[in-house]
Design a protein around this ligand. Structure first.
Ligand SMILES: Nc1ncnc2c1ncn2[C@@H]1O[C@H](COP(=O)(O)OP(=O)(O)OP(=O)(O)O)[C@@H](O)[C@H]1O
Ligand SMILES: [Mg+2]
Length: 373
């Protein structure tokens, strides 16, 4: 896309975003504003003059700040200030949070293709210290603290968390954010405190927050509930460093730049990039392995044709092919075989779908390189 076209796209995303914002349609506005910020980060590297590059860099940062403070998607109901909350006792609150059943997740680190360094770090920093704390303690290291996994959508963040749950054999708490965020002032903090208390009673444990941005985003000063949510989280994360050494907070997000700076500064960062060619070939292999007749599959060519696609994109390609083959089988009455033509056609369709802008991640990585694990 030429610079002019990119500038035009930026402008229209921005205008649509502001128009949705003025109508109070915050989630639509957020989508457009995120796209506008992505365009800015492209323009900030591509304009021929340094002035313009600096201007777009600044504009992109301002837009992200605007999203963080004004456009975080709220729980379904409106925020209600004041005291009418159906106040619950701490014990009742705690009973809402239970560790996941031990055999809930079957996925192992070895089922995850590529990400060798990430898997090694997860093993060394999380799984082994939780499994053999006595050995680690002898060497003066303990499990604990907060780790933030981030990366483009579909790169295996949730999968890694599931593998941690199944391989570490400690209590694993996974609480969807809508179970925590309450519309009543004061209730969300109570829930967060109750959750951490419950986890502390079940140590050693991992507490996993998926889509961490939904509870840990920076908010505007007048968003009282949200401000207090972040403050409550900060108090609890600070506590991790003191008495709760065998408690690990694991969080995942695909928009780390929306997370509150104070929360971010307390987390170690772990980046999960898009899969490389070898990992893409392995992901195809994994997803085509079972219950499928295949002919002459060239995994190197498949990997070659799918640069820029995520693990989830590849799993969807394979799922789509299975659906097509099943319906063709019903139509024709004949057993169907998966061929390279089927795969290449589905890959072409997948490549036409919108993909995340990696420049936002590159910028974030550069700015947070010192916090990387
Ligand atoms: N490295 C991988 N190896 C094997 N399969 C993968 C890999 N990465 C992604 N997948 C496939 O993609 C699916 C989605 O992955 P996952 O849910 O872990 O992504 P995510 O990073 O959490 O995405 P999001 O940011 O959207 O939450 C997995 O269930 C799996 O089928
Ligand atoms: Mg996920």
């Amino acid at each position: 896309m030429s610079l002019n076209l990119k500038f035009g796209a930026f402008k229209s995303y921005y205008d649509e975003g502001m128009s949705a914002y003025t109508k109070g349609d915050f989630s639509v506005s957020r989508e457009y504003m995120l796209k506008a910020a992505e365009m800015c980060s492209d323009l900030a590297t591509q304009y021929p003059t340094a002035d313009m590059r600096a201007e777009f860099k600044k504009k992109g940062e301002d837009i992200l700040k605007f999203i963080r403070t004004n456009l975080v998607v709220r729980p379904k109901e409106e925020v209600v200030s004041g005291g009418n909350a159906p106040s619950q006792k701490a014990d009742n609150l705690e009973s809402a949070f239970e560790p996941m059943p031990k055999d809930q997740f079957k996925v192992k680190l070895t089922d995850i293709a590529g990400l060798e360094e990430v898997k090694e770090t997860i093993k060394k920093r999380l799984i082994l210290p939780l499994k053999k704390p006595e050995v680690y303690k002898e060497y003066g290291v303990t499990a604990g603290g907060a780790i933030l996994m981030y990366g483009p959508p579909g790169t295996g963040k949730t999968m890694i968390a599931k593998a941690v749950a199944s391989e570490s054999d400690v209590n694993f708490f996974y609480v969807p954010s809508d179970k925590l965020v309450d519309k009543y002032v004061g209730e969300t903090e109570k829930k967060i405190a109750a959750l951490f208390d419950k986890v502390r009673k079940n140590l050693p444990a991992v507490l996993f927050f998926d889509e961490f941005d939904t509870i840990a985003s920076e908010r505007s000063a007048d968003d009282k509930v949200a401000k207090m949510t972040v403050a409550a989280l900060l108090t609890q994360i600070d506590g991790l460093g003191n008495d709760t050494r065998d408690m690990l907070l694991l969080a995942a997000t695909n928009t780390p730049w929306l997370i509150d700076g104070a929360v971010l500064s307390r987390c170690k960062n772990l980046y999960l990039p898009l899969p490389d060619a070898e990992a893409r070939a392995t992901i195809f292999h994994i997803h085509l392995k079972k219950n499928l007749k295949k002919k002459d599959i060239d995994y190197v060519l498949l990997a070659d044709q799918t640069e820029g696609l995520s693990g989830r994109d590849i799993s969807k390609i394979c799922e789509e092919i299975r659906l097509n083959l099943a319906s063709r089988c019903i139509e024709t009455g004949d057993a169907q075989i998966c061929t390279m033509d089927d795969l290449l056609e589905e890959i072409r369709a997948a490549k036409k779908r919108p993909r995340p802008n990696l420049r936002m991640f590159e910028t974030y990585n550069k700015e947070h390189s010192k916090d990387m694990l």
